[in-house]
Design a protein. Structure first.
Length: 332
């Protein structure tokens, strides 16, 4: 397969999280066509993961993996002499193309790897969670692909989602003393949380906070009885102390819940390769049965999820070489 052409073909199949069936069917067909023993692993509804192995080598020790889904909106592919553009070009359809091309090259050398492409990474990692129950017992290493500019990740920051909710009492805004503003309570709590000192790791960097969603109130002339905010912390370590600090800092006027945590991970590296720290979260915490994880892939996370998302053709081709080199070292 030509990696550039294959990347564009994948980009041009819309696969926003929840709607991955079409790109999954295309991948399944292409992998079957070139001789892989390929299966669809059901996830929910018509959604499925794709797992492929060489029919003569059904017990791979190394699996290359990434995700098929993208964030919205759908952006079709285009290219110039240096880059491929479009939604998913670097996150992560170019990575799929590079991993398939690497697997084919390795196969010609008599080296056989598995390929795992999952749904839902951009939303809730449901595909990875389901895939974890289907890991072959032979698998010793999982090479997960995300945009790291072809540098291998020393670590991946974790994720802690925090919901902050305030309750109040409605009243006419002309008589605020008769009401109890939930928005005022929420604003005060968020101000304290923003000022809170966060953990810092000398190798990985700082834990960070994003206040991603704020909602509440009824109308400009009504004292609000409800307000809510969704926060996201990027983790650089364990969370027991951080959780306690968040609750204590926010105060008694709000309720704090923790609906999601994906842990901070230190990852395996390979000697001689440039390194980085991934400030983002991946499917790796949900794929624990697939062996020791590594994280590396072409493209820059700085352009992922943007209207100008792209992958450099040079980096795409270098990734094929890189995946092959990593597999050779891991099996040595």
């Amino acid at each position: 397969m030509d990696a550039v052409t294959f990347t564009r073909q994948l980009i041009d199949i819309e696969s926003i999280s929840g709607n991955e069936a079409a790109v999954g069917n295309y991948l399944y067909g292409e992998l079957c066509r070139v001789g892989y023993q390929t299966q669809k692993i059901p996830v929910e509804g018509n959604r499925f993961n794709v797992f492929a192995i060489h029919p003569d080598h059904p017990n791979p020790a190394i699996v290359l993996s990434t995700h098929m889904d993208t964030v919205p909106p759908f952006i079709p592919s285009s290219e110039d002499s240096d880059r491929i553009y479009g939604r998913g070009s670097c996150d992560a359809k170019g990575i799929i193309a590079a991993q398939v091309a690497a697997a084919e090259r390795l196969q010609r050398e008599g080296i056989y790897v598995g390929l795992l492409f999952v749904v839902g990474e951009e939303r809730d990692s449901l595909g990875a969670q389901v895939a974890n129950d289907h890991a072959p017992p032979s698998c010793r290493f999982l090479v997960n692909g995300e945009p790291t500019e072809n540098r291998i990740a020393l670590a991946s920051k974790g994720t802690l989602r925090v919901e902050v909710t305030a309750q109040g009492r409605m009243a006419h805004s002309a008589y605020p003393e008769l009401g109890d503003s939930a928005i005022d309570k929420l604003i005060a709590a968020l101000a304290k949380l923003r000022a809170m000192e966060l953990p810092n790791d000398p190798e990985v960097g700082a834990c960070t906070l994003n206040i991603g969603l704020v909602e509440g109130g009824r109308a400009p002339n009504v004292i609000p009885d409800y307000a809510h905010a969704d926060l996201l912390y990027r983790l650089v370590g364990p969370t027991a102390e951080l959780r306690q600090q968040i609750v204590a800092t926010a105060g008694d006027d709000v309720e704090i819940t923790f609906p999601l945590e994906l842990p901070f991970l230190r990852l395996r590296t390979v000697d001689g390769l440039p390194t980085m720290t991934a400030a983002f979260t991946t499917d790796i915490p949900k794929l624990t049965n697939w062996g020791e994880p590594l994280l590396v892939g072409p493209g820059s996370i700085h352009v992922a999820h943007t209207e100008g998302e792209y992958i450099a053709k040079r980096q795409l081709h270098e990734a094929i070489d890189l995946y092959c080199a990593i597999v050779r070292k891991l099996q040595a």
